[in-house]
Design a protein around this ligand. Structure first.
Ligand SMILES: Nc1ccn([C@@H]2O[C@H](COP(=O)(O)OP(=O)(O)OP(=O)(O)O)[C@@H](O)[C@H]2O)c(=O)n1
Ligand SMILES: Nc1ncnc2c1ncn2[C@@H]1O[C@H](COP(=O)(O)OP(=O)(O)O)[C@@H](O)[C@H]1O
Ligand SMILES: [Mg+2]
Length: 171
């Protein structure tokens, strides 16, 4: 721990805002992202940003899981097409942990409609249409907790120590 090397208590480096250091968010590479071989690049962005991967799997999504994941969208006109899209092939779903993970991940992913997503975001760099926008990212800490419980069993998530933990803002 660099903190120990510096003989500096962590509280000196991060004086007051430690609440969000172990925040977790759910990111899914949607079927179009998997088909287009974008999984590696998406994982790399989260690793390079400083987040820690604590869960990862590939699966074929069931309509039941999807309807629970997108429960607020089931009445939308595009929902049937959304189901076709999301069940058209495997998705890669992961849980990333770190300071302010939800908000920062949303910023990295970009706005829902790729036409509005800034260049430099996943959607802004890799997609052009809202119905094929490559990734999902939880949009609130509460939503993230629900989604993580929906997609992962507790034992599929690993607490592991990162040797750079004070640099990446972990406790
Ligand atoms: N007119 C629309 C609106 C949404 N969608 C799809 O439905 C998903 C869920 O919409 P929403 O939750 O509003 O967007 P985001 O939160 O940005 O996307 P996600 O929940 O997948 O992260 C979108 O990503 C998109 O794939 C769509 O195909 N057509
Ligand atoms: N108007 C739309 N037309 C087609 N698909 C949409 C539309 N709005 C949202 N979607 C799809 O539904 C997904 C979930 O929507 P939402 O949760 O609102 O956005 P986000 O994915 O950014 O969290 C979006 O990512 C997108 O794939
Ligand atoms: Mg959403």
């Amino acid at each position: 721990c660099v903190c120990a090397l510096l003989h500096t208590p962590l509280s000196c480096l991060f004086p007051s805002d430690l609440a969000g250091v172990r925040e977790r968010t759910l990111i899914a590479v949607k079927p179009d992202g998997v088909q287009r071989r974008l999984v590696g690049q998406i994982i790399q962005r989260f690793e390079l940003r400083g987040f820690k991967l604590v869960g990862l799997k590939m699966l074929q999504v069931s309509e039941d899981l999807l309807s629970r994941h997108y429960s607020q969208l089931t009445g939308k006109p595009f929902y049937p097409d959304l189901v076709k899209y999301m069940t058209s092939g495997p998705v890669v779903v992961m849980v990333w942990e770190g300071y302010n993970a939800v908000q920062t991940s949303r910023a990295m992913v970009g706005l829902t409609n790729p036409a509005d997503a800034q260049a430099g975001t996943v959607r802004g760099d890799f997609s052009i249409h809202v119905s094929r926008n490559v990734v999902h990212a939880s949009d609130s800490p509460e939503g993230a907790q629900k989604e993580i419980q929906l997609w992962f069993q507790g034992q599929e998530l690993l607490n592991w120590d990162c040797c750079y933990h004070n640099i990446t803002c972990e406790l």
